[in-house]
Design a protein around this ligand. Sequence first.
Ligand SMILES: NC(=O)c1ccc[n+]([C@@H]2O[C@H](COP(=O)([O-])OP(=O)(O)OC[C@H]3O[C@@H](n4cnc5c(N)ncnc54)[C@H](OP(=O)(O)O)[C@@H]3O)[C@@H](O)[C@H]2O)c1
Length: 339
Amino acid sequence: MGRRGKTRVAIVGCGPIAHRAYLPFLVGRDDVDIVAVWSRREETLRKVSALYGISACTTEFEKVLEKRPDCAFVLTTCETHPKYAIPLIESGSDVLCEKPMAWTIRDSEMMVEAAAKSGRILMIGFNRRYSVPYARAKRFFESGVVETCVVERVKTTGRPRCVAEDIVHNLDLLRWYCGEPLRVWAAAAGKGTGVPAPARHSDTRPFSVETGGPADFETSLVAAVSFDSGALGVAAVCFSAGRWHERTSISGGGRTAVIEAPDSLRLITAGEDDVAVNLTGSTDSWASPAELKGFKAQVEEFLECHLSRRTPLTNGADALKSMRLLDRVCREAGIPALE
Ligand SMILES: NC(=O)c1ccc[n+]([C@@H]2O[C@H](COP(=O)([O-])OP(=O)(O)OC[C@H]3O[C@@H](n4cnc5c(N)ncnc54)[C@H](OP(=O)(O)O)[C@@H]3O)[C@@H](O)[C@H]2O)c1
């Protein structure tokens, strides 16, 4: 706790997600003092300083540790999360780290172990759980039974391991709604877009939307999972979709919830009128997409847990279970696993 009781915060990594989902919600808070912002590049820090009026910027990670922040946000690339999260935890900071936790199960375990040993909070950025439609659907089924859950996320992008990096959101939601996984089936493939048909048919490698040609990585991934609750779940991602779209449907016991992210939810109960909620149109017409996707509430949860010492919903130990499910899915699909 710093000046006038403010929480002293550090931000490690200033890529797209920092700008879209964290900095806007942190700079506006009068209970937060941003004491360090770290990037590898001066150019990135100049931009952050100009946009948000933050002066405490550095390219030296040691200087972040020296500031002894109460809370740190680790927002770098996935494989570098443990490199920054663990020293921060060990030097006394609570850490909110973006998903996936790391690119190996061992690294993810080490992050959880570091938090347990030092009594610090490790929270992972599974922001969907904090988004209103997803949370309301969860409450809708608290007194019911989930029999099937289908989580679909599609968009147009492409880089190695992007499907695994993203399907972890779907898998975490499946676990949240359905329980712990039993059997797992998965397959990965590529989708051709704008690629001449003969090439598409003769070349079985996945296709990259960005190059219009074969990609050396998978662009779609589907997993089917049975859960200890008896529920069955499907997670699907496709990165040659032409547009971003996220849809989740949960059914069972005479009920269905359909979420069209980020802002629409339909709750269906047998024999009753449907309840339709459009958050952009009703609750808060000024809400940004990042807010609707749960990022603002996620920041609030982290800061509140720091003060109250409550364990966050998406704590490291729980997130590790989603990482283990991701590892199983990758192995089943024959794509690089988390080893
Ligand atoms: N929750 C969500 O819905 C969501 C959405 C998007 C992304 N994410 C996650 O957020 C994380 C960051 O993603 P992003 O989209 O912001 O972009 P990113 O390209 O994955 O990386 C963010 C920043 O990390 C820095 N960086 C790159 N390589 C590095 C290295 N070897 N060591 C240290 N820093 C390095 C770069 O900044 P400098 O060059 O300035 O150092 C880069 O701008 C990822 O884990 C991603 O999966 C989550």
